[in-house]
Design a protein around this ligand. Structure first.
Ligand code: SF4
Length: 294
């Protein structure tokens, strides 16, 4: 009997050990999977969970979000961070309504053409919502494949065509099995083959892992420095958005000035929010979330 493949080993492990997450439940809609993927791009699972539930309770289909103002999308995004994702998700919902009758498309080229949907997200939706065979490559998958197959300690900062090819080569031929393997690779990278502390003793592919076989030690330190938040323009932007989210309609500049003492940094943050299309000036030196009160 032939040895089980890499994908088989990881998929078996996944079926027994996968975290119970709402976007993985049977019957979850393609829209819900798309929402989860956008939210998870730059935000940890634990913070995404309540926002995901609230978002879908309010906007269970793309048409519901498309009918709302951009301000409401920003408001619902809350403190998930990188709030331009809320605008992009709403633009995406609008495009789904206009181009696809309100149904998330299942063709990769149509998914890739949606606003805010890139290489990763399009393939993730095609695989996890429609059971198709595509290499779904995020940071975690790149790291697993890099270590287990190439024997290198870590992957580079961005997904390259070579990463897609290397991952695709590991996928089973049958689409549903390939989609399961894609989810399994991601999970393995998220909880076992982590960047700093891989738990090789619990790994289903330890016996064949090239990096493990090379006898190399775990990486000595973080591959990326954690981003500072306190005192940054991001923090000031968050404070300004917090005030605007809690208020319907225009907020006088004077009120916004109270969130941060450094005037130059405050102005820079506010200007950035306007340039990013999240906030708009109105009337006599007031501001509001974009489209608020339309
Ligand atoms: S054996 Fe260790 S390094 Fe190799 S894939 Fe598993 S967790 Fe990662």
């Amino acid at each position: 009997m032939s040895e089980p493949t890499f994908a088989t080993l990881v998929s078996r492990w996944y079926e027994e050990n996968a975290r119970d997450l709402p976007w993985r439940k049977p019957g979850v809609s393609p829209w819900a999977i798309l929402v989860s993927e956008v939210m998870l791009q730059q935000t940890p699972v634990v913070r995404v969970l309540p926002a995901y539930e609230a978002w879908l309770a309010r906007w269970p289909v793309p048409a519901a979000l498309a009918a709302e103002s951009p301000a409401e999308a920003i408001r619902m995004w809350g403190r998930l961070g990188y709030p331009r994702r809320a605008l992009r998700l709403r633009e995406c919902a609008t495009a789904i309504v206009e181009r696809h009758g309100g149904k998330v498309p299942d063709r990769l080229d149509q998914l890739l053409a949606l606003p805010g949907v890139g290489t990763y997200t399009a393939r993730a939706v095609a695989a996890f919502a429609y059971g198709q065979r595509h290499p779904v490559v995020d940071t975690n998958v790149r790291r697993v494949v890099c270590r287990a197959v190439a024997g290198e300690p870590d992957a580079g900062p961005a997904t390259r065509p070579a990463d897609l090819l290397a991952t695709e080569a590991l996928l089973p031929a049958e689409p549903a099995a390939a989609a399961l393997a894609s989810a399994a690779f991601m999970e393995l990278g998220a909880v076992i083959c982590t960047a700093r502390s891989p738990r090789c003793d619990l790994c289903p592919v330890e016996s064949t892992c090239a990096w493990r076989a090379s006898g190399q030690a775990a990486p000595a330190g973080p591959t990326r420095r954690p981003q500072r938040y306190a005192g940054t323009d991001r923090q000031v932007r968050g404070l300004l958005l917090g005030v605007l989210r809690e208020t319907t309609g225009p907020v006088p500049r004077q009120r916004l000035d109270q969130v941060w003492t450094d005037g130059a940094q405050r102005t820079r943050a506010l200007t950035g929010l306007v340039q990013d299309g999240l906030v708009e000036p109105v009337g006599d030196d007031s501001y509001r979330l974009v489209g608020d009160g339309y």
